[in-house]
Design a protein around this ligand. Structure first.
Ligand code: RB5
Length: 149
């Protein structure tokens, strides 16, 4: 399992802590796509970069972190095939996998504490897509993408 992880200048320490947590807890390869500097680094750059890696199969899933998780998730969701959820609690993280088959997770370094962020990551990484009745709705989302081309 390969996870691409990206961030802006607000979330440098969070990105590093979550990268280490995933490597130590799950043994997954974590590809560092974001910045490791506190110089201003615009979140759309990381959002798009991680999303492209997930969309083209270089990564199996992506995690993006900015101040709120909002801007970076909006950027990621502009890439075809990306379903990025912004979470501040584990329940939505888990359900977003089970029902929406999300392939990216976003959260805010200014919103959630690091231990809650780890719980959100756990819920998201261990959540399994249920398919069935949910697939029809995901197909409808794909159709929206097609109509926008
Ligand atoms: C940067 O100041 C901030 O706007 C960014 O980290 C994020 O919260 C945007 O959604």
């Amino acid at each position: 399992m390969k996870i691409a992880i990206g961030n802006d200048h607000v979330a440098v320490e969070y990105k590093q802590m979550i990268r280490d947590y995933i490597q130590d807890t799950y043994g997954y390869e974590v590809i560092n796509v974001g910045t490791d500097s506190h110089e201003r680094f615009d979140y759309p750059i990381s959002g798009e970069a991680v999303a492209n890696m997930v969309a083209n199969g270089e990564a199996d899933a992506g995690i993006v972190i900015c101040g709120t998780g909002v801007g970076i998730s909006i950027a990621a969701n502009k890439v075809q095939g990306i379903r990025c959820v912004t979470c501040s609690e584990p329940y939505s993280a888990s359900l977003s996998r089970q029902h929406n088959n999300t392939n990216m997770l976003a959260f805010g370094a200014r919103v959630v504490g690091i231990e809650l962020a780890k719980m959100i990551v756990d819920a998201w990484l261990t959540g399994k897509y249920e398919g069935g009745r949910h697939q029809r709705r995901i197909d409808m989302i794909k159709e929206i993408e097609e109509r926008q081309k």
